[in-house]
Ligand binder design. Structure first.
Ligand code: ATP
Length: 312
């Protein structure tokens, strides 16, 4: 028995690692063709999360980074995402919002400056411990050709079926599951049943919650969901954010979704241009206020359009 269990366990852990790295790869914001060169530094230690107070503070110190060194995307960027707070990163398209997330997750390392989590330079900790501390709801949820249950289990591979059922309830996928002949064992994904964008995001949320990560990133999709889906998704996000004390970072395109954030960081051309609450930034009447006014104009027009449709 002993002889057998060793190689099987070994295979098991290799399989799990493989699955996990696949997930990391997939999770992943359209990691186009470039290869990933980031490795643990010799003697890297696991990230130690703050035990005494709330864990999950992220600190950018004079970070400069470009996908091509001669074209910096972040330029000497410094900001703090306080532990346990709801923080939004906003800015015009191409300003580097998603790049912040890729750097924190270490798909790339900064060329200059440091990124610290709970006071530790993330380039010096093990990648495995770093990524374990961070949950992501990506713009596009990767679904594997597998059952609903297994798709959720990717959040934490050793989660029990009961935990998964619990998460399905919390993101309100239980109604959908009940109506399916195979329930949680229904295959979804390209070769299985197609589920809607909103359901996909709920599944991503269940995956995220299963991970119990102290830091979560929501990479808000650019493509607009319909109003009903958006409202219910927002509700889910709020519930998730409130149900656990953790650091929530939203990479936001639609400012209405983050107006209640504790802190909004405004990036512009790779620099931190403004920081503050929605109210403070609107009063400042600079970049954020400008973005807000433009978006509100569109939103109001859209609402008026809908009203007119109803009247006709
Ligand atoms: P959006 O709001 O449009 O999603 P963003 O603020 O999230 O934009 P990033 O995705 O961080 O912007 O991209 C910042 C800049 O870096 C863009 O000009 C983009 O073209 C460039 N960029 C992003 N990924 C890569 C890459 N893998 N290789 C080269 N350039 C890239």
């Amino acid at each position: 028995v002993f002889q057998l269990s060793v190689p099987l366990n070994f295979l098991g852990s290799v399989y799990r690692e493989l699955k996990q790295s696949l997930l990391d790869m997939e999770n992943l914001f359209q990691l186009q063709e470039h290869e990933i060169k980031i490795k643990d530094v010799p003697g890297a230690k696991p990230l130690v999360l703050n035990q005494h107070t709330i864990p999950g503070e992220i600190r950018f110190e004079n970070v400069t980074f470009g996908y091509h060194p001669d074209r910096p995307i972040l330029k000497n960027a410094s900001f703090v995402i306080p532990a346990g707070q709801k923080v939004a990163i906003v800015g015009p398209s191409g300003s580097g919002k998603s790049t912040v997330l890729r750097l924190v997750f270490r798909f790339y390392d900064a060329q200059l400056g440091r990124i610290l989590i709970d006071g530790q330079d993330i380039s010096q900790v093990t990648i495995e411990s770093l990524r374990r501390a961070i949950g992501i709801v990506p713009q596009e949820t990767p679904l594997f050709n597998d059952t609903i249950k297994e798709n959720i289990r990717y959040g934490r591979l050793d989660a029990s079926d009961e935990e998964i059922d619990e998460m399905i309830k919390r993101v309100q996928l239980d109604k959908l599951v009940k109506d399916l002949p195979d329930g949680v064992n229904t295959i979804v994904g390209e070769r299985g049943m197609m589920i809607s964008g909103g359901e996909k995001q709920r599944l991503a949320m269940a995956r995220l919650m299963l991970k119990h990560a102290p830091i979560t990133f929501f990479d808000e999709a650019t493509s607009a969901l319909d109003t009903h889906t958006e409202q219910s998704l927002l509700k889910t996000i709020r519930e998730v954010s409130h149900s656990e004390i953790n650091t929530n970072v939203s990479i936001a395109h639609r400012l209405r979704t983050i107006a209640d954030a504790d802190k909004i960081i405004v990036l512009n051309q790779g620099r931190v241009q403004e920081e503050g609450t929605h109210k403070e930034l609107v009063e400042k009447d600079l970049i954020y206020a400008n973005l807000w006014n433009i978006q509100e104009m569109f939103e109001l027009e859209k609402e008026e359009g809908l009203e007119n449709e109803k009247l006709q």
